[in-house]
Design a protein around this ligand. Structure first.
Ligand SMILES: O=C(O)CCC(=O)C(=O)O
Ligand SMILES: [Fe+2]
Length: 271
């Protein structure tokens, strides 16, 4: 006898959503990231700020065009230092500080705001490093998914901004709320086992067994997957998430494009 149904225990999108006009955006965001692993602020940037980020994004890729493009590793991991290939497009990476300020001044301003520093320090503890790198991704090659469901090898808190309106067909961010602390144990056990970035098995649904899922998450794969949320939101929307929450960038249909800028914040002092 099954008690409850398939939707029991599901988390709704509204539970993860924070109003950009909210009086205490810091606490509202932290509360959701702590409880579910992810928070969404729809339409966080608009008007001139959004156009400035879009303009810097376009300028950066135009400047990189024709320079050396770093490939994916043989395991399909993206470890490029600056201008790199992804499965479905291109990426550009900048280090925090002067490198970012000189290349993308308005983007730098947006990703060093006081309230973000408060979210990062309250979530990660002190010292921490706010937006140690910023990654710009331009996805335009259609695929069933831009990335697989995964956790990041190095645990991070991320601030991710959509630069295009995103619907279910142009690479929506998708995540399974409530998986954060369990995945964090899984990630740690991978590091204990291998102590090698290249060997960490992040591709959760294909690299671990049904039994492991049931043991760790208390659900078989398909049922856990049925709890994934798809973050469809307008350009300028912000996602804040702990990368130990199982997540991916979803399907990209023919003729569609998705531009994103995201910053990765880490525990500890990282000059
Ligand atoms: O691009 C996305 O939607 C997700 C990217 C991702 O996996 C990450 O930032 O850790
Ligand atoms: Fe990720």
């Amino acid at each position: 006898m099954i008690i409850g149904d398939l939707i029991s225990g599901r988390v709704s999108m509204s539970a993860l959503t924070v109003d950009r006009e909210s009086g205490d955006i810091v606490q509202e965001v932290i509360k959701r990231v702590k409880e579910f692993g992810v928070a969404l602020v729809p339409g966080w940037l608009a008007g001139d700020d959004l156009s400035a980020l879009q303009g810097e994004f376009e300028g950066a890729f135009a400047a990189a065009k024709g320079t050396e493009l770093e490939p994916l590793t043989s395991e399909g991991k993206d470890i490029s230092h600056h201008y790199g290939q992804t499965r479905t497009g291109l990426h550009l990476k900048y280090n925090h500080g002067d490198e970012l300020r000189n290349a993308l001044p308005r983007t730098h301003e947006v990703f060093t705001q006081d309230w973000m520093a408060s979210v990062a320090s309250s979530y990660l503890g002190l010292p921490c490093t706010l937006n140690r790198h910023l990654i710009l991704t331009d996805d335009f090659t259609p695929d069933e998914e831009i990335t697989w469901y995964h956790f990041d090898e190095v645990g991070a808190l991320k601030f991710l901004v959509y630069l295009d309106d995103v619907d279910r067909d142009n690479g929506p961010f998708q995540a399974i709320p409530g998986t954060t602390s369990t995945t964090s144990r899984l990630r740690e056990s991978e590091w204990l086992k291998f102590d090698d970035f290249q060997k960490i098995r992040i591709d959760v649904f294909s690299q671990y067994s049904e039994e492991l899922f049931h043991t760790l998450y208390g659900q078989y794969k398909s049922f856990l997957l049925s709890r994934a949320l798809t973050f469809q939101a307008p350009a300028g929307s912000l996602l804040v998430f702990d990368t130990d929450t199982i997540h991916r960038a979803g399907p990209l249909a023919e003729g569609r494009r998705r531009r994103v800028v995201r910053g990765s914040s880490y525990r500890g002092y990282w000059p």
